[in-house]
Ligand binder design. Structure first.
Ligand SMILES: Nc1nc2c(ncn2[C@@H]2O[C@H](COP(=O)(O)OP(=O)(O)OP(=O)(O)O)[C@@H](O)[C@H]2O)c(=O)[nH]1
Length: 202
C-alpha cells in the first residue's frame, strides 16, 4: 500500500508547567484543546496521530485519531518528532502542538497545496515569523528523520537550530496566520482567548 501523502502528528506529552494543569484537556469555547487540534488536522491530513506517554488520558477526547504511545517521554518536541517519523509511514508529516486553539483548517489546506512545489532537497516547509521558525505548526518530509537523528547525536535538541542548518522552504506569515499560530501556555493566555473570543473555525 502506498504511504499516506500527509499525516498529522500532534504532540501531547509536555509538562504544562506554566498552565498548572494538562493543557490538552482544557476546554476553549466548550471544546478541549486537543480535540480542536485533532479536528483541524483531520481537515487536511489522511491520518491524525497523537503522541503521548499518557494515552489513557486522551482516549475519550473526541474526533478521529490514533494514539501513539511514547516510551521515552520528556525529551521535548524534537525527539518526539523523530519518534513519530520513525513510527509513521508518510511522505510529509504535519507537526502540531496540542495548544493551538485558533488553527484554521482553510489555511492549513492552503499550505498543504504548496507542498507539491517544495524542492525535493528541502526537508521541511515551516512558517517563519521574522527570524523565528514556528516548528510546532510545520511540515516535515519523512526523509528529515536521518538528518534529525544526526543532529540529535550532537546533543542538540533545538528544532530552531536544526531548521537554521538544513534546506527549508519558509511559509511567510501575515497577520491572520500569526493569530492562528498563537499558543496557549498560561492561565493568562487562556483568559485572553476567552475575552477576545476565538476565531477558530471549527
Ligand atoms: N509527546 C511529547 N510532546 C511534548 C514533549 N515536550 C513538549 N511537548 C508538546 O509540545 C508542545 C509545546 O510544548 P511546550 O508548551 O513548549 O511545553 P510544555 O511542557 O507543554 O509546557 P511547559 O511545561 O509550560 O513548558 C505541547 O503540545 C506539548 O504537549 C515531549 O517530550 N513529548
Amino acid at each position: 500500500m502506498a504511504d499516506d501523502f500527509l499525516v498529522a502528528l500532534i504532540l501531547a506529552g509536555g509538562r504544562s508547567s506554566r498552565m498548572g494543569r494538562d493543557k490538552a484537556l482544557i476546554p476553549v469555547a466548550g471544546v478541549p484543546l486537543l480535540r480542536r487540534v485533532v479536528e483541524a488536522a483531520g481537515s487536511c491530513c489522511q491520518q491524525v496521530y497523537v503522541l503521548t506517554p499518557w494515552p489513557e488520558r486522551y482516549q475519550a477526547v473526541g474526533g478521529s485519531y490514533n494514539l501513539l504511545m511514547e516510551t521515552n517521554p520528556g525529551q521535548g518536541p524534537m525527539v518526539a518528532l523523530a519518534t513519530g517519523l520513525s513510527q509513521i509511514d508518510c511522505v510529509w508529516l504535519l507537526l502540531l502542538a496540542c495548544d493551538l486553539p485558533q488553527l484554521q483548517p482553510d489555511i492549513l489546506r492552503g499550505w498543504k497545496e504548496q507542498l507539491t512545489l517544495v524542492p525535493p532537497s528541502h526537508l521541511a516547509m515551516i512558517p517563519r515569523h521574522g527570524s523565528r521558525w514556528e516548528p510546532l505548526c510545520g511540515f516535515y518530509r519523512h526523509q528529515a528523520l536521518e538528518s534529525l537523528q544526526e543532529f540529535m547525536a550532537t546533543v542538540e535538541r533545538s528544532l530552531q537550530r536544526w531548521l537554521d542548518q538544513v534546506p527549508v522552504t519558509p511559509i511567510s506569515v501575515g497577520t491572520v496566520e500569526s493569530q492562528m499560530l498563537l499558543n496557549c501556555n498560561t492561565p493568562e493566555d487562556l483568559r485572553a482567548i476567552a475575552s477576545e473570543g476565538t476565531s477558530a473555525n471549527l
